[in-house]
Design a protein around this ligand. Structure first.
Ligand code: TXE
Length: 494
């Protein structure tokens, strides 16, 4: 135990113990064993961090910094991450069990998000309004909101943090981040780079710990003006309730039950690859996981066979090994969750095509086989609820209308994949499908230039892309009387 790395929190540019003095264990899912200790934050720590962030927000060092200069700091941070991407990826894999090659790829791409928002920082401007009154000048500016609370889950810790951190800082806010209790290490490893990039103390703070009390205290803190949350619907409900206390502006990214619709004119190999990438990439622990495949009856057997064949050849194992294709799930609870849904699938009459259990060679790690169900009742739990693991449900369809109705038949609306070579059909379905992200003949593409987000149970608001700037700023309109005349009758509206 003595040799385990011990992580303190990062508040106001300093490494601090939790006020409780306590630590909790963080596990390596590949072994099912703890590998480091993380400070167990309290309400007091949250208050300390938010106060520091508020002071930093008001301090001229940050408040009077030009947007161009803020952009330069973000660019520098991007450069530093690029230099240390491989190292940071190791901490991600140690904590969440995702493949080192996937985390390396993700970390190597992360700087692009910082460069994008670095470039945008001094292009956040208002407008002069062609106001309908003579002798009046009216213009808008976009202003930062204040202290941002960012709450992140365990599946892609630094990527999901970046989606909040980069636009929040570009717009001139300060931030307190609470990482998932399952994966705190990589964010804490990032903090020295924040310092090295030159961000003043208090602009970026990290409080580690559990949803209750840390997440709860943070999202209800009276000084917090904005909450950016990624996680599950249950926690999101708490976050929304808390925002009734402090009126913070909230965005929510809550995952989905995303469909992959394969039409009979699609390239079957390509569609099968897309389905595999969508549900077995990252062991299905992705908000955009394509967990429902709708296959046209004419190509149903052909595509299902290809998917099942590739699934059966997926190399499961040590996420640090170069040849591994599917690592463990992030927590033991996730394994139990998979078992629960496999039982639910059977009980509702679905046929297990492949997988459905922990692999025999998994040792003490939290591994689970790629799992495929067919003959799934579209209304059953495995076709309706977000499983957040490598479990695919396959359902046939005959007409375009039927495919759209099936795809739209859940509470979620985050992402959708459409597989067809028919241009008009692709556009028709893209328009009709309820999702914030639609991929045609591809899946899981991301870019800092494109927005991410959904609606209904998938949450609200957008991350990434230019739209994120609106989520971290508010407009102010300034009216100037240019007539030089005194106010006329004060009892009428002008
Ligand atoms: O998420 P939680 P969990 C979905 C997925 C998964 C399920 C539960 O279906 O199986 O959610 O996962 C913090 N106030 N997604 O339990 O609990 C918590 O500490 C404020 C989809 O890991 O929602 C963590 O930092 N914060 C998803 C964060 O919320 C609270 C990714 C997410 O944890 C809180 C992850 C509270 N009261 C899970 N309670 C996606 N969209 O990618 C907890 N938290």
């Amino acid at each position: 135990m003595a040799e385990w790395k011990k992580y303190r929190m990062y508040i106001n540019g300093e490494w601090v113990e939790a006020s409780s003095g306590e630590y909790f264990e963080s596990y390596n899912p590949a072994e099912g064993e703890p590998w480091c200790l993380v400070a167990k934050g309290t309400e007091q720590d949250v208050d300390r961090a938010v106060q520091a962030a508020q002071k930093a927000f008001e301090h001229p060092r940050w408040a009077s910094m030009t947007y161009t200069q803020r952009g330069k700091l973000l660019r520098r941070l991007g450069d530093l991450i690029a230099e240390r991407a491989s190292e940071l990826a190791v901490y991600e894999t140690l904590d969440n069990g995702k493949l080192i090659r996937e985390m390396r790829g993700q970390l190597q791409y992360l700087p692009e998000f910082f460069y994008y928002y670095a470039g945008l920082a001094d292009k956040i401007h208002g407008e002069t309004l062609p106001i309908d009154k003579p002798d009046m000048l009216a213009f808008t500016s976009r202003e930062p909101l204040g202290v941002v609370a960012a709450i992140t889950p365990w599946n892609s810790p630094l990527y999901l943090t970046t989606l909040k951190l980069a636009p929040a800082l570009a717009a001139g806010n300060t931030i307190v981040i609470k990482p998932s209790e399952v994966t705190s290490a990589s964010l804490l490893e990032l903090m020295p780079l924040i310092e090295e990039a030159g961000f003043p103390p208090g602009v970026v703070n990290v409080v580690t710990g559990f949803g209750d009390p840390v997440g709860s205290a943070l999202t209800s803190h009276p000084l917090v003006r904005r909450v950016a949350f990624t996680g599950g619907p249950e926690s999101a409900r708490h976050v929304i309730r808390n925002s009734a206390e402090n009126f913070a502006r909230v965005t929510l990214e809550l995952g989905g039950k995303s469909p992959n619709i394969v039409f009979d004119d699609a390239d079957a190999d390509n569609a099968a690859m897309g389905i595999i990438a969508g549900i077995f990439g990252a062991a299905g622990q992705s908000c955009v996981a394509g967990s429902r495949a709708f296959l046209h009856k004419k190509i149903y057997d052909q595509v299902l066979e290809k998917v099942a064949d590739r699934a059966s050849r997926i190399i499961i194992g040590d996420p640090m090994a170069a040849e591994t294709e599917m690592g463990p799930l992030a927590t033991e609870a996730q394994v139990k969750r998979m078992e629960h849904y496999v039982n639910a699938g059977r009980q509702h009459g679905a046929r297990l095509v492949y997988g459905g259990k922990q692999p025999e060679a998994g040792g003490s790690g939290w591994y689970f086989e790629p799992t495929i169900f067919e003959h799934t009742d579209p209304k059953s739990p495995i076709a309706q609820e977000e499983i957040f693991g490598p479990v695919l449900t396959v359902i046939p369809f005959e007409t375009e209308e039927e495919a759209i109705a099936l795809a739209n038949g859940t509470n979620y609306a985050l992402a959708a994949g459409i597989w067809t070579n028919h241009l008009a059909k692709a556009h028709r379905v893209a328009k009709s499908v309820r999702a914030g992200i639609v991929w045609v003949n591809t899946y899981r593409s991301i870019s800092p230039i494109a927005p991410i987000g959904g609606s209904h149970w998938s949450g609200y608001g957008r991350e990434s892309g230019y739209e994120a700037i609106y989520e971290y700023t508010q407009s102010k309109v300034v009216w100037v009387n240019t007539s030089g005349e005194p106010m006329p009758d004060p009892f009428i509206m002008r």
